[in-house]
Write a protein that binds this ligand. Structure first.
Ligand code: PBG
Length: 324
């Protein structure tokens, strides 16, 4: 490569149009999945104070809300339920008329073209707040996996377009794939939350989703944020178990992990810009410290540059309505 003065990288930065021609990374609505929170048995939306712009949607308004979201240009939706029927196993999640199944049916009725993705986990449905069944003071892996498979089939029966297990149990992808195939859903894809860290960035989500861990944590099943090699193993195992897509979660603090997994898989790779990442941007912008739109663009661009194909982000609807 020739050096200065023959080489002047600024030549291609002179105008907006020139910069557009050489722009390497684009994010479009086709890439974005919008997570929403839906609470049963409430009458009015409940704003989440730590996530400005995000509210719990009353279940009875769900169809109207989903139709409006689809009209705004959102193409894929991740569903989180806030249950009033919690028990020690989270059994509501595999009931045919339980909240998860009802949410999926309502969303598909409201916007059949929308890609509807239920989060497959138990923390929103257990009274202790953990992502599975407790036995001998610990979350029991294999009992939880059996229940995850039941929940997956239940939501596929309800019309889910993609199944997204987030419980971080060993073997959950293989068990869910087998259950889906056995239940007549061989064509339903699985998006694995394959590398999910035990992250403090989930703070606002816990308030939004009503998950109360009662002083406990998820460190015996979610990953240690300090581990990079293990992060790759987690995703590679899910690929081997039959996942159709992989995911890294959270996003910005784990761009290195995203890039390393990108080099090792040919599967579509998703990244989850989580509640704490959203809150930091929203609250800093509200305080006048940063300009929200370009900061959002920069973060989503960073995900794509690092190798993500899909991005789960609470900014998706704003981007659909306000652009960049
Ligand atoms: C459920 C789940 C969590 C998130 C998505 N699915 C919380 C957790 O694992 O504690 C976090 C999402 C966010 O913070 O935006 N297992």
């Amino acid at each position: 490569m020739q050096a200065f003065p023959a080489t002047r990288l600024r030549r291609l930065r002179g105008t907006e149009a020139l910069r557009g021609l050489v722009c390497e990374t684009r994010v479009t609505m086709d890439d974005l999945i919008y997570p929403i929170f839906v609470e049963e048995a409430i009458d009015a939306p409940v704003p989440i104070s730590s996530m400005p712009g995000v509210s719990r949607i009353p279940e009875r308004d769900l169809e109207r809300a989903v139709a409006a979201i689809a009209r705004d240009g959102v193409k894929a939706l991740m569903l989180f339920g806030i249950s009033h029927r919690k028990d020690d196993t989270g059994s509501d999640a595999w009931r045919e008329d339980g909240l998860v199944a009802r949410m999926v049916r309502a969303a598909k009725r409201a916007a059949p073209e929308l890609v509807v993705i239920p989060d497959i986990c138990f923390c929103e449905y257990t009274d202790h707040g953990h992502c599975g069944v407790i036995a001998h003071g610990r979350v029991d892996n294999d009992a939880t996996v059996a229940n995850l498979a039941r929940q997956a089939v239940n939501t596929a029966n309800a019309g889910a377009d993609i199944i997204a297990p987030s419980a971080m149990m060993d073997g959950q992808i293989a068990a869910i794939r087998a259950a889906l195939d056995g239940g007549g859903h061989a064509h339903t894809p699985v998006m694995a939350y394959s590398t999910k860290f035990a992250s403090a960035f989930y703070g606002p989500f816990r308030a939004a989703s009503g998950c109360d861990l009662k002083g406990s944590d998820r460190k015996t099943y979610q990953m240690d944020p300090m581990n990079g090699r293990e992060a790759i193993r987690e995703s590679m195992l899910d690929e081997a178990e039959g996942a159709d897509m992989l995911m890294v979660k959270p996003g910005l603090p784990y761009l290195d992990v995203l890039a390393r997994i990108r080099e090792r898989t040919l599967l579509p790779l998703a990244v989850y810009q989580v509640s704490g990442e959203y809150a930091m941007i929203k609250l800093a912008a509200a305080a006048g410290a940063i300009d929200e739109r370009p900061v959002v663009r920069e973060t989503l661009g960073a995900f794509k540059r690092a190798g993500a194909d899909l991005i789960l982000t609470y900014f998706a609807r704003d981007i659909a309505t306000q652009g960049w």
